[in-house]
Design a binder for this molecule. Sequence first.
Ligand SMILES: CC(C)(COP(=O)(O)OP(=O)(O)OC[C@H]1O[C@@H](n2cnc3c(N)ncnc32)[C@H](O)[C@@H]1OP(=O)(O)O)[C@@H](O)C(=O)NCCC(=O)NCCS
Length: 178
Amino acid sequence: MLLQEPLETFTICEANWNDFNDILNLLNAVDNEFVPSLTESENLRVKITRILNDRQRGWIKAVDADMVVGGVAVIYNYRRPQLGLIETLAVLPEFRRQGIGIRLVQFAMSKLFQNGMDASLITTWETNKAALAMYEKLGFKTIMRSKVDGSYFKLFFMRSFEEPPRSQTRFSRFWNRR
Ligand SMILES: CC(C)(COP(=O)(O)OP(=O)(O)OC[C@H]1O[C@@H](n2cnc3c(N)ncnc32)[C@H](O)[C@@H]1OP(=O)(O)O)[C@@H](O)C(=O)NCCC(=O)NCCS
């Protein structure tokens, strides 16, 4: 009987300009899995550059044997001070269901917390069963559901880093004011 969990072979850390092409390959590989596709809203090179250039944003990567197999972006002070956003979470299809996605989000949450954020926001489309299950496991609570372009529902989740967590009403008021 196996008494210990298998050792992880991947590492999670912050990415930098040296990782530009690897992140581009990753995003190209998963582009059409996003709803809407990533390229529908922005050129991928522009997106990666925008995040690498901004002190309020950053990429995090998962590396397995020198290969970038997953990534996620964080935004500090997103729309209000001390609110973090976790976005563009992706793991290469052949590396899924090994705990890489969840470790990426956990790492992102710890970066946000270490940098003074008091809560994190994360979103996905309503039919994304994998992301929904993962966010629930990580303690994110649904705070809003909104229809985008009359075509699909986007769900917003929040995870507070403080006790007691901020109320939905307060967040919704803030969000609706934008
Ligand atoms: C979502 C995604 C990042 C998950 O990455 P992953 O490395 O496979 O996820 P993990 O192995 O860490 O899974 C963590 C948990 O998430 C849930 N989960 C992951 N994939 C799932 C799936 N296909 N179906 C149902 N639940 C799933 C499970 O609860 C899982 O825990 P378990 O394996 O112990 O059951 C990956 O499927 C992906 O890149 N999808 C395309 C892009 C995307 O949807 N991004 C997120 C929206 S922004």
